[in-house]
Ligand binder design. Structure first.
Ligand code: ADP
Ligand code: MG
Length: 262
């Protein structure tokens, strides 16, 4: 059998594409057998990894992609970059722990949530990004169509679920009940990142039910890293730079407020 056919049968498509180049390179560099084999397998592995990352990134449905490297920590001193670096190691995903990012609009909550999602995808985890509104809409529709179980399973499956913008729209009690069912299923089985412009004391309003809000917080916070971001909107900073607003307000020096509860 021809080498190229054999590679095709073994589904080594990336090596198949590169084999001529690799062979030329090997004779030019006078490579040993081991070194050549390593290069060849590495080529196949890299190709597969990249394809997996691209596929998982599509499934994740990020509205846009930003990385931790693109985040300017000097602009947002209330975020402890050491804690973010630690989270980038992804042991929180392996331990099925949660991350909550609280703060006013524009301080980078969604950016950091997506950036952690990107890291998780690169490490081979499945990720799904949803706004709270679309999560609730899909659960409610599924219930009306008698397929809520299946929909819940779809939201339980990702190793990391990112729920963005909790707090902009209040939920009715049925919706809050569905959200509670989802969190209960994910509890200690998979990680959830939540971003919210509301502090925990105001979550009763979001769920229209203080008891349910307490039960939701109880599950979320059991194993959780919380960021309480205080600072100026990055969007406004960019507008200010363009001369559209006055100088920034004076912000008091405040200690970072990261808490790790477990
Ligand atoms: P939030 O979700 O808190 O409302 P976003 O994450 O959507 O804020 O941030 C608004 C925009 O500003 C995004 O384009 C984001 O990439 C950018 N941004 C916010 N904070 C920073 C930062 N510290 N460094 C770099 N870009 C930032
Ligand atoms: Mg946001």
């Amino acid at each position: 059998m021809q080498l190229i056919n054999l590679l095709e049968k073994m589904k080594m498509e990336h090596l198949g594409c590169q084999i001529d180049t690799l062979c030329e390179q090997a004779s030019r560099k006078d490579q040993g057998y081991r070194e050549f084999l390593l290069d060849a397998l590495q080529t196949e592995w890299n190709g597969r990894h990249l394809k997996g990352v691209e596929a998982r990134q599509k499934i994740a449905r990020f509205p846009w992609v930003k990385t931790v490297e693109q985040f300017d920590f000097t602009f947002q001193p209330s975020i402890d970059r050491k804690v973010i670096r630690e989270l980038c190691g992804l042991s929180f995903v392996e331990r099925c722990e949660n991350v909550i990012l609280l703060g006013p609009p524009g301080v980078g909550k969604t950016h950091l949530a997506i950036a952690l999602g990107v890291k998780a995808i690169e490490a081979g985890h499945t990720v799904l990004f949803l706004s709270l509104e679309s999560l609730v809409t899909r659960l409610t529709r599924a219930r009306m169509e008698n397929r809520v179980e299946r929909q819940l399973q779809q939201f339980v499956y990702p190793k990391l679920l990112i729920i963005d913008e909790m707090g902009y729209l209040p939920m009715n009690r049925d919706e809050a009940g569905l959200f509670f069912r989802l969190l209960t299923r994910r509890y200690e089985k998979a990680s959830t990142i939540i971003t919210s412009n509301k502090s925990f004391v105001d979550w009763g309003e979001i769920f229209n039910d203080q008891v349910l809000a307490t039960a939701i917080l109880d599950r979320l916070l059991h194993h959780c890293t919380t960021f309480n971001i205080k600072g100026e909107s990055y969007r406004l900073k960019e507008k200010r730079k363009a001369g559209m607003f006055g100088p920034p307000p004076k912000v008091e020096e405040e200690k970072p407020e990261q808490e790790i509860e477990s």
